[in-house]
Design a protein around this ligand. Structure first.
Ligand code: SF4
Ligand code: SF4
Length: 256
């Protein structure tokens, strides 16, 4: 987590927590997690190989970048329980949480950039969702991969990030040209299946078998399910959510 004995780190952690605590949303949240990475971490350019050839580096997002802030806004337990109630239909609470939290994350990043500007620090951010390439469904700025590099969590078999507060929530990140304490690279594996194969609940819960035991995800199968998930109103405003793989033992905490 982000060292709060650094003045800049404390400012950022306080700002994220304050915005989440005062969010005027129907969705309730737990305490957000904040972490940081060195913008020069060699794992950033490596994302071109592992995520998408067009994946941006922090320097490309913000010339002069020195640090990358990653944060996780965890949903309240009731949001998770709502989506666990039916094995197929997506709960409206879950869909609303997705929509409201994306808006909240945009507000948080905008606020951070404005706040840091008062300290002479520049910042830049990509939106919390929608920044993907439609053919391959890969992202040019993967908030999930950024979170791993920042030490916020690890990928689970469901291809989401399992943090200390679980995987049920949304991620955001901001590139800044201020120096933050660097968390040493950690190889914590928080997925029970990837640890010792003692789980696999996400595999069983996925309604379209988009996940597999060899740790692959069929992105198109997942995306098609997300576009047509039952339980939500049809139309242009239909939230693109599913989340049935995110309601297992790693939902609200790290099981490892
Ligand atoms: S549900 Fe189990 S197997 Fe799937 S990501 Fe979570 S811990 Fe891993
Ligand atoms: S979001 Fe839904 S369709 Fe995609 S992997 Fe998870 S459970 Fe399967």
């Amino acid at each position: 987590m982000l060292e709060t004995d650094s003045g800049l780190g404390q400012l950022i952690v306080d700002a994220v927590r304050d915005r989440v605590a005062r969010a005027q949303t129907t969705t309730q949240y737990r305490v957000p997690l904040v972490s940081s990475a060195d913008a020069a971490d060699p794992r950033f350019p490596a994302l071109r190989q592992y995520v998408d050839p067009g994946h941006l580096t922090p320097e490309e997002l913000l010339p002069g970048a020195r640090s990358v802030v990653s944060f996780f806004v965890p949903f309240d337990r009731r949001v998770v329980e709502s989506n666990a109630a039916d094995p197929d239909a997506v709960a409206r609470e879950w869909a609303l949480a997705y929509i409201e939290t994306n808006t909240l994350i945009k507000k948080i990043t905008d606020h951070l950039i404005e706040l840091l500007a008062t300290q002479g620090v520049r910042g830049a951010a990509e939106p919390p969702t929608g920044n993907f390439e439609p053919a391959g469904l890969t992202s040019h700025w993967s908030h999930k991969s950024v979170a791993v590099i920042a030490g916020l969590g690890s990928f689970g078999l469901h291809h989401m990030i399992i943090t200390e507060a679980g995987c049920a929530g949304r991620l955001g990140s901001v590139v800044i040209d201020g120096q933050l304490p660097v968390n040493p690279p950690r190889s914590v594996n928080r997925c029970l299946y990837l640890q010792d194969r003692s789980c696999g609940e996400c595999l069983q819960r996925c309604p379209v078998s988009a996940l597999s035991e060899d740790n692959q995800i069929d992105r198109h199968r997942c995306w098609n399910r997300i576009l047509e998930a039952p339980g939500l109103p049809a139309g242009d405003q239909t939230p693109q959510v599913c989340g049935k793989c995110a309601i297992g033992p790693c939902s609200l905490e790290s099981p490892v």
